[in-house]
Ligand binder design. Structure first.
Ligand SMILES: Cc1cc2nc3c(=O)[nH]c(=O)nc-3n(C[C@H](O)[C@H](O)[C@H](O)COP(=O)(O)O)c2cc1C
Length: 186
């Protein structure tokens, strides 16, 4: 089987990373993969923040947990506690993808495609990843503006999606496959 299909089939959501930092050439390859993503009408509206500051990642986690506590979202807090002490699972790299607010229906699709490009690129480099939608909570609560200020956030942009990347410290089975969801129309 070709290596791209192998990377797609072997990717898992990794929820525990080793502390080992990524090499700069690995980060450079991930940046190239993100910027190579297709976008509707080639608008390339996204802004990427490649965050390796563990201080900032910890602050984002604290802000998210604080938001869930403020909103009384006990179910989410319990789910998080069962998985890891951080919603970013100890990843040495967090990529945040932002889109201009009100950019239309293709903006979240473009962001999702970039996230998957990053996930497959990470897999092909022998790294693991987990897409983290929950990171929206880092910006939603009282500490949100402080977080934005620390990442040179572009004016008028909003969080679209994020992806944690690093060396896996766990293995995971593939998710259940549902072939009945596919019809081949001949
Ligand atoms: C848009 C999106 C948001 C997600 N957000 C989170 C998240 O906040 N935290 C998390 O642990 N996993 C998150 N995931 C990972 C999914 O839970 C995971 O893809 C799914 O359970 C299937 O498992 P697999 O990725 O190992 O195949 C997200 C995935 C997607 C596509």
């Amino acid at each position: 089987m070709n290596t791209t299909i192998q990377a797609i089939l072997n990717r898992r959501s990794i929820r525990n990373f080793a502390a080992t930092p990524l090499k700069q050439e690995e980060i450079d390859a991930l940046v190239a993969a993100a910027l190579a993503s297709p976008t509707a009408m080639n608008r390339q509206l996204w802004a990427f923040r490649f965050i390796t500051s563990q201080t900032l990642i910890a602050a984002m986690n604290d802000a998210a947990l604080c938001h869930f506590r403020e909103t009384g979202d006990q179910a989410t807090l319990v789910r998080i506690a069962a998985r890891h002490e951080s919603i970013f699972y100890g990843a040495p790299l967090l990529v945040v993808i932002a889109m201009p607010a009100g950019a239309g229906r293709y903006a979240p699709i473009d962001a999702g495609i970039a996230a998957q490009n990053l996930a497959i690129a990470a897999q092909s480099l022998g790294l693991g990843s987990c897409i983290i939608g929950m990171a929206s909570a880092s910006f939603a609560g009282a500490g949100g503006q402080t977080i934005l200020n620390q990442m040179d956030w572009p004016e008028g942009y909003e969080f679209a999606i994020s992806i944690a990347i690093g060396h896996p410290a766990m293995t995971k089975e593939a998710h259940e496959i549902h072939p009945e969801k596919v019809r081949q129309i001949r």
